[in-house]
Design a protein around this ligand. Sequence first.
Ligand code: UD1
Ligand code: CA
Length: 467
Amino acid sequence: MPTNSATKISKLAVVILAAGKGTRMKLPYSKVMAPLLGKKVIDFVIQAAMNFVKSHAQEFHIGVVVGHQKESIQDYLKNNSLIHFYEQKEQKGTADALKAFTQNTKFEYDHLLILCGDTPLLTENHFFAMWEKMQANPKENLAVLSTFDLSNPTGYGRVISTPSGLQIMEEKDATMEVKKVKRVNAGLYLLKKSLLKKLDEIKNTNLAHEFYLTDLFSQDPKVVEFCFEDAQNFLGINDMNQLNEAESVLKKRKIQNLRREGVYIQDESSTFIDWDVEIGAGSQIAPFTIIKGKTHVGEQVKIGPWNYLENVIIGNGCELHAHNHLVDSKVGENSQLGPYARLRPDCDLGSETKIGNFVELKKTKLGPKSKVPHLSYVGDATIGSKVNIGCGFVTCNYDGKNKHQTIIENNVFVGSDCQVVAPITLGEGSFVAAGSTITQSVGAGDFAVARTRQVNKVGLAKKFLEK
Ligand code: UD1
Ligand code: CA
């Protein structure tokens, strides 16, 4: 997007209308809070607005008009100090929603960009195109109305050119003749503040008895039209099928962005990657993999097939074999996981560690080069470096009331089929013999064996086998 300070908007207010009920979504909460690729619908609208104001405005202010379910929206966005809320007490239409902003804001603006909270596919490029249109004749133009053409325009306001300017007719009020018009109002507007003088003149004398914002832009020769060609990006989320359509578009955008950054993603249709996930160059994602939340994957990592990752940090060069389930954890670089490894929350694995098949870890810190290769449960444990845990190991961390800690220091060797009853410590360089149930801590460098002694009876097998 080419720009320099001369073409910047000096004082820009952005208003996002999000007070409506969104009845067709049938959700117990506001539709702008519906889930979308690991985020919420409104996040995408705010992100686009943010990107635009940061590169194209000298001073800016972002307002969100809330009403229906306002608490949950305000609570969700409370950590973003650049968002200001305005309340529309009763949902009397889009013009009334805008008034909630214009009558209460203290920000001095010269231009106003109006967005709907339910159009998550728009980007700063759309807003920039409108700004360019405005600048094409800056003295004359008072507002830019965005439009696009639809073969099935049902539900949208239709835009008609008249000698005295554009005319917008809502579906409900349209005659049969007007309903045939394919050009629709996109619901995205850029205007100069002076046009707002007309806001108080808008009446609700229409079939819906609503105050239509569209009336502000009707029959005014200084309102110009910008017709977009990418109708699909103007999709509004009014029902669950549209939410799904939007998600498919964003999913594709995300995967294409990652590919541009050098990530190999074999099969787009079976790969689901949330919007905020980061993946380094040279990494490979095999099919049937889901990567969610704030996951960060380093460079040259191999993942999958069939992996589920949520809020995890994976270091460079790791290899995640098939069928792992990893949540809220960290894996150091060049480690190996799976197949069938499970990391429950709060695991922190050092570099070059190995977690093998059918191993479950919970709240466990594992030092560099340590290994838990087969069939084990390790919970509430701190394990040092270069520790080798044999097959079938269990930390008995729970006594029915409380969870207890296991500490295994550096260079410990634990044989196969051992249990340690926590709280317990295995000192540095100690050795636990296979088949032991360890109930007392083991000192550094000591050898522990805890199993009954074996008795061999010569020739007695026959007695049992012959039965
Ligand atoms: C609106 C336009 C229509 C356009 C379409 C594009 C009007 C009158 N019509 O219709 O011309 O083709 O968008 O998508 O503006 N809202 C409030 N308070 C209210 C009513 C609505 O905040 O009292 C908010 C909603 O939360 C929503 C936005 O305004 O984010 C648009 O409202 P919606 O009811 O979806 O308008 P449409 O019928 O889609
Ligand atoms: Ca809508």
